[in-house]
Write a protein that binds this ligand. Sequence first.
Ligand code: AHR
Length: 323
Amino acid sequence: MTKRVVSTLAAGLLAASFLTACSTDSTGGGDGRLVMGFAQVGAESGWRTANTKSVQDAAKSAGVTLKFSDAQQKQENQIKAIRSFIQQRVDVIAFSPVVESGWDTVLKEAKNAKIPVVLTDRAIDSKDTSLYRTFLGSDFVEEGKKAGEWLVGEYKGKNEPVNIVELQGTTGSAPANDRRSGFADVIKGDPKFKVVASQTGDFTRAKGKEVMQAFLKSQPDIDVLYAHNDDMALGAIQAIEEAGKKPGTDIKVISVDGIKDAFQAMADGKINVLVECNPLLGDQLMELAKKVAKGETVPTRVKVTEGVFTQDQAAAALPSRSY
Ligand code: AHR
């Protein structure tokens, strides 16, 4: 056996063992069912848990065999999972990219293997749009703008400075980049708004709390917290309370997602506004996947409709929140 053959076999075995370690797999192939390889970001937030459940439930009811991989928030894990899906010759690859850049090589491999790719939830920044067939997900810039617009309305007619701390999502991810820029775009029109500290909390509760504790130590006068997701906001709320301050009153809290726990916190007066981001993308994803697998034309961008909820709406909205 030549060295090259040995190393190719080794790489194949490695990819197969990686997928076994990180994936749950309803047996697929050969039974006429569509086989989808889905490379999920991880399990970093309540939003993500709801998104995973939505994809798994929808696959079941659509009769799609799902090969599911959890990347534990690491791009290299997602790349390995996609390569493994290519080797297994799945019918469609869907994934929610951890970060925006660095996908061209692996997606070219999928394209060469003639496996269509669907982006779901998060976008990539590649200039080559032929690397994927469609992108299904929220408009994160719009979400950032909605957060900024609420803030502008809240401080209308007041002239004192407003000191804002920002908990960013995962560095380099589309929701972190876009929610940041959308928000900044809206508040830049009024110099009284000042982002005095901005740091990543990686979309998790633990990190949100840790970074907020640091903000509270370094910033004597915080008026507003803008968190790029609910889990970070909920972690930060704990930090604010432990520092002897009242979240929602001493420090106003703006958050994104709209998970049940955050609605409860808003009903309790600890969050002021929730910009909704809908994780229930499963059914639409299965529909799109079936179409692209048949070679049908689909829209290149499918957006999700979402709202904004304030404290006065929290109690009434709570019972009907499904995630
Ligand atoms: O990509 C969507 C974002 O990822 C959600 O807002 C956040 O909670 C998740 O981790």
